[in-house]
Design a protein around this ligand. Structure first.
Ligand SMILES: [Zn+2]
Length: 271
């Protein structure tokens, strides 16, 4: 009897699962572990986003200057992204995107972007952004997490661990509240579900890198990122760390990395 056969079969099964679970990110061209189709994530996002806005006080851009600023910066970031994807013959990757930027009246220091370009900024982060330019840094960073499908990867990992590699629709029908909680944690809406899930250092740096490109293309100064992270770190001194820092951990090397990304980002000025 051939003893190596079961091992070979197991090996091929592992490879098969890996190939099925991996998809290529259209922005970076790198393989990533995500088995949930982006359109399924987007359809869940639209429901979750609507629910979130229904249960929070959304500030009107007609009545509130900060809400108007969020819309203005958001529109410029969106245009920059659409130009970048067009210039790289990758506009198809934005299919299903339906960009929306809202400011909610909530003292939490937070901001996030769900699949399909559904963004929320909390008023609590405005004392730290302090200006339109730093808001562009935050929005550029957040939309990058969605475009780079970091949330999809986090959701895929949680699903494998908690409900197995089933389809999103199956998870939603068999374990609706658990699936919804996994989704909210994967996108940094942590406080809504009790605990947060921090983005990895790799994901943070990737979101910084691309975020700076959109910031420059939108006509803002990318060096403001350094001042923004300084203010974010200071804001946690002696207090409970802000929600944003629990999902977007900062480390000592972050500013060095941001500095090293600046020359590349500056090449996109006027593009
Ligand atoms: Zn982040």
């Amino acid at each position: 009897m051939n003893n190596s056969r079961p091992i070979l079969v197991a090996f091929f099964l592992v490879v098969l699962v890996f190939v099925i679970s991996c998809s290529k990110n259209t922005l970076t061209g790198k393989s990533q572990l995500s088995f949930i189709p982006e359109k399924d994530m987007q359809s869940m996002s639209y429901t979750q986003y609507k629910d979130f806005l229904k249960t929070h006080e959304v500030l009107s851009p007609q009545k509130d200057a900060n809400a108007a600023m969020v819309q203005k910066v958001g529109a410029r970031i969106t245009k920059a992204i659409e130009r970048y994807f067009k210039n790289t013959n990758n506009s198809g990757a934005l299919t299903g995107y339906n960009w929306e930027y809202n400011l909610v009246n909530d003292k939490l220091v937070n901001a996030w972007c769900m699949p399909g370009g559904k963004i929320v900024v909390y008023t609590g982060i405005l004392p730290i952004t302090q200006n339109e330019n730093a808001l562009a840094i935050v929005l550029g960073h957040e939309v990058s997490h969605a475009l780079l499908q970091h949330g999809n990867q986090r959701m895929s990992q949680s699903m494998i661990q908690q409900v197995g590699g089933v389809a999103l629709s199956v998870a939603l029908s068999t374990k609706p509240s658990e699936t919804q909680d996994m989704f909210l944690r994967a996108y940094g809406v942590g406080s809504a579900v009790g605990f947060t899930l921090p983005f990895s250092r790799k994901h943070e740096l990737e979101a910084d890198q691309y975020g700076l490109i959109w910031t420059v293309m939108a006509g803002y100064d990318p060096t403001e990122a350094l001042a923004f992270w300084d203010r974010m770190e200071k804001s946690s001194n002696g207090n409970t760390p802000p929600e944003f820092l629990s999902t977007h951990p900062s480390d000592v090397k972050r500013k060095e990395k941001i500095k090293s990304f600046l020359p590349e980002a500056m090449k996109y000025k006027g593009k």
